[in-house]
Write a protein that binds this ligand. Structure first.
Ligand code: OOG
Ligand code: NI
Length: 468
């Protein structure tokens, strides 16, 4: 089949993201209510803040706003992680970043599958935060062995999904019809199953070890545990949740409110208690399991290594100033500490750029296009970009952060696992093990932002007829 007859992985990802959202709305109706609230707030922000609206227009992000969402799954074995990598590759998603959650008392490590090129992100920014359970951290050997045995027996992929993955790898793509079938088959892996694979007693033993272990081991597959739309004003959505019958978690994770958002702010509603059937139970005597929730996020500027180091320092200082973890009782105090600490982080795009704290995208302005007197000049010779900016011929917008934050992710996990889930696993970060299980290296996200920034400078040069 000629190359151009293949379905585009970016289009398939868009289809998959919509199908996943439709499925989750049916499974967890409260997620639909959250989507409606986010839609209302985004509409209001666009109407009331023309500067935000025109910046989204310039970058094209306005078009991806409604499609924007991420989800999360938790896997049990290296086979599952390797195969999910191959599955997501069909949808144009690569593993980006390594997140160690053990230091936060959650026995997993994770990566985020996402598109890596700005054009692909524009078509569909869908991402999946994917965690692998670290069975080696279960200290009871009999339970560890039993968990391993249960996981080894399950197959979370349909036979047709597996054969379409092989076909994609062999042929370099899927026909539109096969692509459609693949989206349908892939969705099955993420579906909720009310029937557990273990007895009530086994569930309890796994649950007593760690609630997350029960969530991974006791079910037929890695049900999607939340989906997250992007909002333009997370404070408004957080404040509006109770009136819609949605109970938000105590604090918004990430940086405080700013005029120019950075990185990622997140909050969620508490996981729902759902009925499940254990293998030894009759249908009229069901048990329950708590895992699935809804989340919202507000994305801001991607930070450079220098900006990220400053963020990490200010976040740590805010948390250290607090006795204990941020929770209901100290939420206001935590927000105040964050505000104090982050006053050190310039809330001004010019300063953020001058100090090299964030990544930017550059655009030729109408004036620049009209001036057109640059042909033959070299860009970037030292200062060329700066003088184009000073002359108003080029303007800049921050690049959107496309990834996750480990401390925030731990906060999201914790809020949905209950407070008794704090276990001390020490810090046993192990990216090498993770990559072995993944069957590939994770991509460094900072490199991706730098490339996007470079490409936008090259585009400016081309638009102005300058040589690079
Ligand atoms: C993943 C929690 C992390 C995020 O947005 O940081 C996450 C999970 O609960 O499986 O989704
Ligand atoms: Ni999330």
């Amino acid at each position: 089949m000629p190359i151009n007859a293949f379905a585009s992985p970016d289009a398939l990802r868009g289809q998959f993201s919509r199908a996943m959202s439709d499925m989750y709305k049916q499974e967890v109706p409260l997620y639909g209510d959250l989507l409606a609230l986010v839609g209302e707030v985004n509409g209001r922000v666009l109407a009331e803040q023309p500067a935000v609206a025109s910046s989204l227009q310039r970058t094209g992000e306005i078009e991806r706003l409604d499609m924007e969402r991420h989800g999360a799954i938790r896997l049990g074995t290296p086979y599952e992680l390797t195969t999910i990598r191959r599955l997501f590759a069909v949808l144009g998603m690569q593993p980006v970043g390594y997140y160690d959650l053990t230091c936060a008392g959650v026995p997993v490590h994770s990566t985020a599958f996402r598109a890596v090129h700005e054009q692909a992100l524009q078509t569909s920014p869908f991402r999946v935060f994917t965690s692998l359970l670290r069975l080696e951290l279960i200290d009871n050997p009999a339970l560890r062995q039993r968990a391993q045995q249960i996981l080894d027996q399950r197959q979370i992929f349909t036979p047709l999904a597996l054969s379409l993955i092989e076909q994609f790898e062999r042929d370099g793509g899927l026909s539109p019809a096969d692509g459609e079938a693949f989206v349908e088959q892939a969705l099955e892996t993420f579906r909720w199953h009310r029937d557990a694979t273990v007895s009530a007693a086994e569930y309890q033993a796994l649950h007593d070890e760690h609630r997350l272990i029960a969530d991974v081991v006791a079910f037929k597959g890695p049900h999607i545990n939340h989906l997250t739309p992007r909002t333009l004003d997370i404070d408004q959505v957080q404040a509006g949740m109770p009136a819609k019958g949605i109970a938000p978690k105590a604090v918004i994770e990430g940086p405080p409110t700013r005029r120019h958002p950075i990185l990622l702010r997140q909050t969620s509603f508490k996981a729902l208690q759902e009925k499940v059937a254990f293998t030894d139970q009759r249908a009229d005597a069901m048990g329950s399991h708590t895992a699935r929730f809804g989340e919202i996020e507000q994305r801001g500027a991607a930070l450079t290594a220098k900006g990220r180091a400053l963020y990490d320092r200010l976040l740590n200082a805010s948390r250290q100033a607090l006795a204990g973890f941020p929770a209901e009782g100290n939420a206001l105090e935590y927000m105040a500490r964050l505000g104090e600490q982050f006053s050190e982080f310039p809330d001004d795009l010019v300063q953020m750029r001058e100090q090299g704290l964030a990544f930017f995208r550059y655009f030729v302005t109408d004036e620049g296009r009209k001036a057109g007197a640059f042909a033959g000049n070299a860009l970037p010779h030292k200062g060329a970009l700066e003088s184009l900016i000073a002359a108003g011929h080029v303007r800049f917008e921050p690049l959107v952060y496309e990834d996750f934050l480990p401390v925030s992710a731990a906060g999201i996990f914790q809020s949905n696992l209950g407070d008794n889930a704090q276990t001390d696993y020490g810090t046993q970060s192990n990216q090498v093990d993770f990559e072995r299980a993944l069957g590939a290296k994770v991509i460094n996200e900072l490199g991706l932002y730098a490339e996007t920034e470079r490409r936008s400078i090259a585009q400016c040069a081309a638009d102005l007829g300058m040589t690079l």
